[in-house]
Unconditional design. Structure first.
Length: 282
């Protein structure tokens, strides 16, 4: 749309300038005015916010990059999760390690001057095909458009920024995982934590109890400073008084992100933090 406007305005400007040339000195002033008006129109059109090409929802999508060293974790098959909410798109990807400590949407040369826009890592637990698990860094990346290249700079552990071109492609509605509730008993489950600043983690695997068809998981945080959790509107208090905060919370389904709130007293004032927990049987 913007490209068509630019061509139309440019042609109109040239035609008018050619006509006015036969009118003596008036041509220069008039053509300048038309050119200025055309430029303003194009600039206004370019500044219009682009609408998301996808309706609100959750999608799986490919994380395409220009480097074999910068990619989605192999446990994720090159994929990540694209969330569209109120027209705003955010892509979460788990990387291969913890060696990329920040991301910046833009060029590496501009990163240092825009520290407020650096993307902070989350700590994700990934499970490989052999059943082993590992903690890696993940990132929530704002996306202006799918299937289009954009610049994403990364900061390595040695303190140097690197330029990369990436894109989020082939977005598909995320299929609901029809994981059945296991039979009553005791199980071990892998836990993936997303959200927050990335400093806190939870122990994985975790214990899962199924009684009368209802699942309950033991969540052990990496910090002793969580004084309650909220799950489905219900508040849960720690089950311990010493050591890192431990909770027993209900799990509605396996393989589906569970939104939780955890309150920490580690800051100057108590602070509620939003997380998601995803559980998968070992």
């Amino acid at each position: 749309m913007h490209c068509k406007q630019l061509v139309s305005l440019s042609v109109a400007s040239l035609m008018l300038a050619a006509v006015l040339t036969g009118c003596g000195g008036a041509s220069s002033t008039a053509s300048s005015a038309v050119s200025s008006e055309a430029a303003s129109a194009v600039s206004a059109a370019a500044s219009e916010p682009a609408e998301a090409a996808l309706p609100d929802g959750v999608y799986t999508a490919e994380f395409d990059t220009d480097s074999g060293m910068f990619h989605a974790n192999e446990a994720c098959d090159g994929m990540g999760t694209l969330t569209v909410e109120n027209g705003q798109m955010t892509f979460h990807v788990s990387l291969s390690s913890k060696k990329i400590v920040n991301l910046y949407v833009g060029m590496a040369a501009d990163a240092e001057a825009n520290k407020a826009d650096w993307l902070l890592p989350t700590t994700d637990t990934v499970t490989y095909s052999d059943g082993t698990s590992e903690e890696v860094y993940g990132y929530d990346i704002p996306v202006a458009a799918v299937d289009q290249d954009f610049q994403l700079a990364l900061l390595g552990t040695k303190g140097k920024w690197y330029d990369h071109t990436v894109s989020i492609r082939n977005a598909q509605p995320k299929a609901e995982e029809a994981a059945e509730t296991p039979a009553d008993g005791e199980y071990s489950v892998n836990v993936t934590l997303e959200g927050g600043s990335g400093r806190a983690t939870v122990e994985s695997p975790a214990a899962l109890t199924v009684a009368d068809g209802k699942m309950t998981a033991v969540i052990l945080w990496s910090s002793p400073n969580y004084d309650y959790m909220i799950v489905d509107g219900e508040k849960y208090l720690p089950t311990n008084t010493e050591g890192n905060s431990t909770f027993e919370i209900p799990v509605s389904a396996l393989g589906t992100p569970l939104a939780v709130t955890a309150d920490t007293v580690a800051m100057s004032t108590p602070h509620e933090i939003e997380y998601t927990l995803t559980f998968a049987l070992n």
